[in-house]
Design a protein around this ligand. Structure first.
Ligand SMILES: CC(C)(COP(=O)(O)OP(=O)(O)OC[C@H]1O[C@@H](n2cnc3c(N)ncnc32)[C@H](O)[C@@H]1OP(=O)(O)O)[C@@H](O)C(=O)NCCC(=O)NCCS
Length: 185
């Protein structure tokens, strides 16, 4: 494995992200697989994903021609673009992190992270977040995201790389309890 951590530059990478995302959506997974391996909540409209990457490229891990993982950068301009994330964006504006209101701080949302099945548990997750920090540090102070309480694998991996809990809230419409977590860059 010769892993490279880079940013999205080509349409083909957008297509690879969409394909990996589809494989990790609950529609494609058994309950057992979701409990063990985690799952993604959102399937992006291709054009939304293109626009997100045009404004600020996301981080990817590539092994030759293979996409090993992705970590999406979602700027605040996209607050209305993905319906299931609207309640999160609304809440974020009124929360505080490091004693400062988010609405007065420089942050972005990590819009989704995924590591391809054959590459899990091998440091790809950590490698992508290291690259994300390096890539975004000059423009932002911290990164925020939310993870479903029932995605224990993702919660643990995020805690390991340094994310801390901002708040935990129930979302009846989505049928989830969300952990809002943040990490300084
Ligand atoms: C979540 C995901 C990105 C993490 O990447 P990864 O390479 O699997 O992560 P790692 O193996 O490095 O770390 C997982 C951690 O959770 C632990 N873990 C593994 N399975 C677990 C489970 N079912 N419950 C709780 N913890 C679990 C591991 O032991 C490890 O912790 P440790 O370093 O303290 O031992 C990846 O599993 C994935 O893409 N899953 C499907 C999509 C997804 O859930 N995306 C996140 C959406 S928020």
């Amino acid at each position: 494995m010769s892993m490279q951590y880079t940013t999205v530059q080509q349409e083909q990478e957008i297509q690879q992200i969409l394909a990996l995302q589809a494989l990790n959506h609950p529609i494609a997974l058994s309950d057992t697989a979701m409990q063990k391996e985690g799952f993604v909540t959102v399937r992006h409209e291709p054009n939304v994903l293109r626009q997100m990457n045009a404004l600020y490229p996301s981080v990817i891990a590539v092994d030759g021609a293979q996409l090993a993982g992705y970590c999406l950068v979602m700027l605040r301009q996209f607050a209305e673009a993905v319906p299931v994330l609207v309640p999160m964006f609304n809440r974020l504006e009124s929360l505080t992190w490091n004693g400062k209101l988010l609405r007065e701080s420089r942050w972005f949302v990590m819009g989704q992270v995924c590591v391809a099945l054959g590459y899990r548990g091998q440091g790809v997750f950590d490698g992508m977040y290291a690259k994300l920090k390096e890539h975004c540090r000059a423009d932002f102070d911290f990164v925020v995201t939310q993870v479903a309480a029932r995605n224990a694998r993702s919660l643990r991996a995020h805690e390991r790389v340094g994310f801390e809990t901002v708040e935990i809230y129930p979302d009846a419409a989505a049928g989830e309890i969300w952990h809002v977590i943040a990490m300084d860059l």
